[in-house]
Write a protein that binds this ligand. Structure first.
Ligand SMILES: [Zn+2]
Length: 71
């Protein structure tokens, strides 16, 4: 998930709860850091799921992801 604390964007791994403190309020900068740190982001319906480099893509084990592969 993406959170903001005092204007700064923080990503939290939806699998293990680890956090990535980006130290910026600029979404593009935050996303660039996300990619540099090898975190993953994937849109699930209207929500974005995030996962750290250790956990990989979170949605692959989720039922919704399996359903979308069948389409
Ligand atoms: Zn994780």
């Amino acid at each position: 998930m993406l959170d903001r604390q005092r204007g700064k964007i923080i990503f939290e791994c939806d699998v293990c709860g680890d956090t990535l403190d980006t130290e910026t309020g600029d979404f593009n900068e935050a996303r660039a850091l996300l990619e540099r740190e090898e975190w993953k982001a994937r849109k699930m319906g209207s929500d974005w799921l995030h996962s750290c480099s250790k956990c990989g893509v979170p949605s692959e084990r989720a039922p919704l992801a399996k359903a979308s592969r069948l389409l």
